[in-house]
Write a protein that binds this ligand. Sequence first.
Ligand SMILES: *[C@@H]1O[C@H](CO)[C@@H](O)[C@H](O)[C@H]1NC(C)=O
Ligand SMILES: *[C@@H]1O[C@H](CO)[C@@H](O)[C@H](O)[C@H]1NC(C)=O
Ligand SMILES: *[C@@H]1O[C@H](CO)[C@@H](O)[C@H](O)[C@H]1NC(C)=O
Ligand SMILES: *[C@@H]1O[C@H](CO)[C@@H](O)[C@H](O)[C@H]1NC(C)=O
Length: 255
Amino acid sequence: MKFSLITLATLAAPAFAKVYYAGVAESGGEFGVWNDNGVGRGLPGRFGSDYAFVNKTAIDVMVKDDKINLFRLRSFWSYFDLFYDAVQYVTARKRRYVLLDPHNYMRYNYHFAQPYSGSIIGDVNDPNAATTQDFKMFFTELAKRFRHNTRSSGHAFTTGNGNEPSSDYLHLMKDPLNNTAIEIHEYLDDNYSGSGANCTQPVSRLDGVTNWLKQHGLKAIITEFGGGVNPECAQALKEYIDYLEEKEVWIGWTA
Ligand SMILES: *[C@@H]1O[C@H](CO)[C@@H](O)[C@H](O)[C@H]1NC(C)=O
Ligand SMILES: *[C@@H]1O[C@H](CO)[C@@H](O)[C@H](O)[C@H]1NC(C)=O
Ligand SMILES: *[C@@H]1O[C@H](CO)[C@@H](O)[C@H](O)[C@H]1NC(C)=O
Ligand SMILES: *[C@@H]1O[C@H](CO)[C@@H](O)[C@H](O)[C@H]1NC(C)=O
């Protein structure tokens, strides 16, 4: 399970269970970092062949036929202008919501290895690490570019895979506007990573975090979950979505 924080564009707080946002996690700009020359050699990458943020035709289909209202758009550290275009397409043109996801886990490295390896941002002993100043500049710039876009919201930091130490701290964060939700990833395969084809974990694995959210008066959104293409997983995923709909703390998901 991975935790992160998002601030939501608009979050009302009714007393009943409500999924406000349901949609798709797009893979995106982070793939530009890799090419045939090897790990990390792809930067800055060629837009449209090494990477893209969205497939606009596919967005059109998902909005029209699947009636989804949220796209989680992943970007890398740069590419602001092209990313901006993708965000505008979803929010201004299609009038749907975007979760802005700078997909770096506070680390600089090869995207397939994230979040388990790489230079930790702010590590002064590592010459490859981005500095905390870089980190601040990045998020300031990101926030500046999208702060007037009421259909976008930010995704940020903290990672891990189960028994998160961050659960001792995340609830201490104070948002004066009460407009923050915790973002969580949880797959249904053996080690919750999404790399196995079989859905062996029951959705009741979410009970712990559901109770933690309730205990601290927090809301959350699952932005990565899924299973293999088989009937058992189809059933498990249905139960998963039903679970999120039943529990008041869950306000949305992207698969
Ligand atoms: C974009 O999406 C459309 C509709 O799903 C699909 O036909 C097309 O192949 C996609 N383009 C790329 C480059 O993946
Ligand atoms: C946020 O929630 C807290 C605790 O429920 C409440 O005291 C405070 O007034 C709320 N603030 C806003 C801006 O709604
Ligand atoms: C989870 O298990 C799969 C094998 O089923 C393995 O390939 C993958 O690296 C594991 N992922 C993590 C995060 O431990
Ligand atoms: C997934 O389940 C199928 C059917 O039960 C089984 O044949 C296969 O070995 C399982 N795969 C893994 C990686 O456990």
